[in-house]
Ligand binder design. Structure first.
Ligand code: ZN
Ligand code: ZN
Ligand code: ZN
Length: 149
């Protein structure tokens, strides 16, 4: 059986789900979903607006932001913050991970679930604090920069 092209995706029926949250299903919103469905990893709201505008010049940023809020409520996105505090959206958030940023060379990278939950476990066993590690970016010095210092 060839199901290529018709495999269910988390974006199926998103129009209906948005409608139930009180958002009208408009061509603009459908463009937002199209762009997100083609995105992997992280995207900022500004990048999303830019990509939507490339397809539909009438895209209004406030519509994109409102749609992002509701998609996050639906669990299709999850926001975190870059080193500068700027919101970044994880598209279809999967396993837990952490974000690191080197303030000397400006590199950013991710740590996987094992390391991320290790950091969280250390904090929890210390003073019971439960960090939402995917929400933040840890700022410090990468190994190369630390060795150079
Ligand atoms: Zn936040
Ligand atoms: Zn991330
Ligand atoms: Zn560095």
């Amino acid at each position: 059986m060839d199901t290529a092209g018709s495999l269910p995706t988390p974006w199926d029926a998103v129009g209906e789900r948005l409608r139930r949250r009180g958002l009208r299903w408009t061509p603009q919103r459908s463009t937002v979903i199209e762009v997100l469905a083609e995105s992997n990893g992280h995207i900022t709201a500004a990048e999303l607006v830019e990509r939507c505008r490339a397809r539909d010049p009438s895209t209004i940023p406030s519509t994109v932001y409102r749609t992002l809020d509701v998609l996050e409520e639906l669990g299709l996105l999850r926001h975190g913050h870059g080193a500068d505090g700027r919101e970044e959206f994880h598209v279809l958030p999967g396993s837990e991970h952490g974000h690191l940023h080197c303030s000397e060379c400006g590199a950013t990278w991710e740590i996987g679930e094992a390391q991320a939950t290790g950091v969280a476990a250390a904090l929890r066993s210390g003073d019971g604090f439960e960090i939402d590690i995917g929400h933040v970016t840890l700022v410090g010095r990468c190994r190369e920069c630390a060795e150079r210092a």
